[in-house]
Design a protein around this ligand. Structure first.
Ligand code: UGA
Length: 437
């Protein structure tokens, strides 16, 4: 059974490592942060991800997964090495390959020292051409060896959703493996022998493009339904009826047609920007991706427009229900709550916020708002409430909860509240994608 090395223990690296360990593989995880490695070795996930807590404990206790700060240690104990490092975007949207480049140089130096065949797999999201370009070039340059002959090179994108990452790993729709040659492909393919889904064999560049195209398409679906939602508001149409009608067509599917305050997170905004940037570099600017980003920039501002029509924002006590970029995660990266809170504070509002899970991350991302310990506290202290993240604990809120302090306005940015019940009890409620009552 192959031994697996994981470079980088963020969401992708840790979930991949724990999931392969759960299949019986021996995993060594490398990170530069000592605290993270100590936590992993103690069986404590350094990030919040549903189910990770118990599964990490199990695989660490079984001796199937351990963390290390030593690259040599990870390298010597692995046949297949997955690079799971971040690929942030620069100001202009261009992908920043700094971490990948630095790592690949070090892996190349180690490849020089061994006579064993090892396969390096890029799992990080990188623009098409990266693996066969800079990654291959640096590995060959530092090792003095040839990719596809003395070592393997592959690209294996992940399609994990935060909050569902373990489940997504275990039950994928498909597995995409790009490889420089058959031997490289086989060494990755062997790891997925127990999976029943289709395994697609492609080139490294095609695998890279699949990932970008998939994320960009899903993001475009969201921006599309958000534009439809904005029209529905003016035409007395419920956008959910439209999404259901459209989504029942199996060619479209109902998934990712939930209108709201826009998409956030560490992937969609970054990946759409990077693919858009690449299209410009190729002199083939994608008009669709440009529009997807523009619509998404505007969408959180719909909330401000709604509020401006209804209340005097200056001096208002406004509560934000949900701060994380989506439910079941504490991730605040590119969360619409940040744009909304900062805009409202600029206009003189006093902002309260509550999130069931995002606590430390929310304080870091939004240091100037007042963080409440519970929904009850937020509802007691505010006159206006905006629902931003669709956590399930908000779905069953009733007018009794809201009326502990009468509300001037409730805005449902994710369309999950029980509007009828809230309205019949005298609350003024506005909903994204729905004509105002
Ligand atoms: C996304 C993709 O779904 C994964 O397949 C991919 O692997 C991952 O990015 C990645 O590249 O690593 P994730 O960012 O975890 O996963 O979150 P999603 O559940 O896709 O949601 C992204 C954003 O879109 C959230 O802000 C969510 O609220 C929003 N969204 C999603 C909508 O506004 N409407 C929808 O119908 C669906």
């Amino acid at each position: 059974m192959s031994k697996i090395g994981i470079v980088g223990t963020g969401y992708v690296g840790l979930v991949t490592g724990v999931s392969f360990a759960n299949l019986g593989f021996q995993i060594t995880c490398l990170d530069v942060l000592e605290d993270k490695i100590n936590q992993i070795n103690a069986g404590i996930p350094p990030i919040y991800e549903k189910g990770l807590d118990s599964l990490l404990k199990i695989v660490v206790n079984k001796g199937l997964l351990r963390g290390t700060l030593s690259r040599e240690d990870m390298f010597n104990n692995s046949d297949v090495i997955f690079i799971c490092l971040p690929t942030p975007s620069s100001e202009d949207g261009k992908i920043n390959l700094k971490y990948i480049r630095e790592e690949v140089i070090q892996l190349g130096k180690l490849l020089q020292t061994t006579s064993e065949y090892k396969t390096i797999v890029v799992k990080s999201t990188v623009v098409p051409g990266t693996t066969d370009g800079i990654v291959k070039q640096l590995l060959e340059q530092e090792s003095g060896k040839t990719a596809g002959i003395e070592f393997g090179l592959a690209m294996n994108p992940e399609f994990l959703m935060e909050g569902l990452a373990l489940e997504n790993f275990q039950h994928p729709d498909r597995i995409v493996i790009g490889a420089i040659d058959d031997k490289s492909f086989n060494s990755v393919n062997n790891l997925y022998q127990s999976f029943t889904c289709p395994i697609q064999k492609v080139t490294n560049s095609a695998a890279e493009m699949v990932k970008y195209a998939a994320n960009s398409f899903l993001a475009t679906k969201i921006s599309f339904i958000n534009e439809i939602a904005n029209m529905c508001e003016l035409l007395d149409i419920n956008v959910s009826d439209v999404a259901n009608g459209m989504g029942s067509d199996s060619r479209i599917s109902e998934k990712f047609l939930r209108a709201g305050v826009g998409f956030g997170g560490s992937c969609f905004p970054k990946d759409v920007k990077a693919l858009h940037y690449l299209s410009k570099e190729l002199n083939k600017e994608s008009k669709i991706l440009k529009a997807t980003l523009e619509v998404n920039q505007y969408q959180p501002l719909r909330i401000i427009e709604i509020l401006e029509k209804e209340i005097e924002i200056k001096g208002s006590l406004i509560g934000l229900l949900g701060l994380a970029f989506k439910p079941d995660t504490d991730d605040m990266r590119e969360a619409p709550s940040i744009t909304i809170a900062n805009k409202l504070m600029k206009k003189g509002a006093i902002i309260y916020g509550y999130d069931p899970i995002a606590k430390i991350s929310a304080r870091e991302a939004l240091p100037d708002i007042i963080h409440c310990k519970s929904v009850e506290e937020l509802l007691e202290k505010t006159d206006v409430v905006i629902l931003i993240t669709e956590w399930s604990e908000f779905k069953n809120l009733t007018s009794r909860d809201f009326n502990v302090r009468p509300k001037k306005l409730i805005v449902d940015g994710r369309r999950i509240l029980n509007w009828k019940e809230l309205e019949t009890n005298g609350n003024k409620i506005k909903v994204i994608g729905q004509t105002p009552p």
